[in-house]
Structure formats: structure tokens, C-alpha cells
Design a protein around this ligand. Structure first.
Ligand SMILES: [Zn+2]
Length: 219
């Protein structure tokens, strides 16, 4: 005899195990959840993934480990608790606060490599803030750090050459660094317009693009 048929008929909507199953299935497929629940679950999944990638990068990423080491040597150690995974608006992937904290925008990363580039980028800003007297309201100062952060982070795919000791600045790489630096300076509240952002980047380009500290110090 089929055991199931010996059980009293149950209205699925009143069965707690059915409800549990439904909830679990819905978490996987995304059906049956309200928009709020879906959002909350997605944010949780993104947060856990971001924290896991962060831990891996802090331990195993050559560029992240290298930057953390040089920040420490420069008297500005960055504890992992100061690197925070958080939801942000999706126009950005990360941010740096001069008080010594970095935010990683947990919903923004399609893969760990992208997060590695962003974290290295923010660590270059932190290094500049630690070593040099950066006034972030000064567009030329900001432009200089953006040029370095974009060039050195892998945002423009350049680390591999640098790692081998061949510093080859392709035209494509330079164009990418310039474009991204202008975008970031344009977002500075002190920047009145696109032309001012371009001017700031052009004015400091030569000296800042050629400044690869601390990466050049080991070769
Ligand atoms: Zn930046």
C-alpha cells in the first residue's frame, strides 16, 4: 500500500513542512517571494560572497597583499575590519574614506578579479593619503591619485607586465587610465564641469602616470 495514501488529506497551504519546502525552493528559484524578501535574500547572498572574496584577497592576492604590506611599512596599517562589504548605489564599485576605511560595493562585482582591482585601486588611494599630503578637494591632487590608482590597480589590465618587471604603457592602457581618471575627478563635488576634470588630469599627467610607487620599489 502506498504509505502516502494512508495519511489524512492535507491542504498544502496548511502543512508546515510544505511551507518550509516552498520557502526553500523559492529561495533558489526566486518564485513565490515578495519583492522585499527577494531583495533581502539577494543582499545577504551578495554580502556573504563579498566577505568571502575579501578574506581570500587579503590573504592571496599579490597586489592586495603587496599594498597592505606597504601601507603598514608606511605607518598606515589597514586592519581587515576597516575594509567593509556594503550595498551601495550601483554607479560605483568601491570607495575610500580618508579616516582609513574602504567600502567594497557588494552588489557590484561579477567576479573576484573585478573586486581585486577595486580593492587595489582603493588601497592606492589610501597609500597616497598616507604618504603624501593629499587634499582631496584639490582637483589636481585628486586627479593624480586617480591616475595612479587606475594605472596600478589592474583596472586597465596592466599588472601583468609590471609584475614581470616590464613596464610597458600601451596607448590603450593610457587611454583607459585617462578616461577613468577624468570620470572620477568629474564626480568630485568641487569639480564644476567636464572641462575642469580634463584639465586637472592633463596638468598632472606626466608626473603622476610615471609615479608607480610603491610598485617600482621592489625591482
Ligand atoms: Zn579612485
Amino acid at each position: 500500500m502506498d504509505p502516502a495514501s494512508s495519511e489524512p488529506p492535507v491542504d498544502p497551504s496548511e502543512s508546515r513542512s510544505f511551507q518550509r519546502w516552498l520557502h526553500k525552493a523559492a529561495q533558489v528559484s526566486g518564485i513565490g517571494l515578495t519583492a522585499d524578501e527577494r531583495d533581502r535574500d539577494r543582499v545577504e547572498v551578495q554580502h556573504r560572497r563579498c566577505e568571502q572574496w575579501k578574506t581570500e584577497l587579503l590573504n592571496y592576492s599579490p597586489s592586495v597583499v603587496f599594498m597592505l604590506k606597504h601601507l603598514k611599512l608606511s605607518g598606515c596599517p589597514v586592519p581587515s575590519s576597516n575594509i567593509v562589504c556594503a550595498p551601495c548605489d550601483l554607479t560605483r564599485s568601491g570607495g575610500f574614506h580618508p579616516a582609513g576605511a574602504i567600502v567594497l560595493c557588494q552588489g557590484h562585482f561579477g567576479d573576484k578579479k573585478h573586486m581585486e582591482d577595486t580593492l587595489t585601486h582603493e588601497l592606492v588611494h589610501m597609500y597616497d593619503h598616507c604618504k603624501f599630503n593629499v587634499d582631496w578637494k584639490n582637483l589636481r591632487h585628486h586627479a593624480c591619485s586617480e591616475i595612479r590608482a587606475n594605472s596600478l590597480s589592474g583596472d586597465c589590465r596592466y599588472m601583468r607586465e609590471l609584475g614581470r618587471g616590464f613596464v610597458s604603457f600601451s596607448k590603450q592602457h593610457q587611454a583607459c587610465v585617462r578616461r577613468r581618471a577624468i570620470l572620477s575627478v568629474r564626480a568630485n563635488p568641487m569639480c564644476p564641469d567636464e572641462a575642469a576634470a580634463e584639465r586637472a588630469v592633463n596638468e598632472v599627467w606626466e608626473s603622476c602616470f610615471g609615479d608607480t610607487r610603491p610598485f617600482d620599489e621592489i625591482y
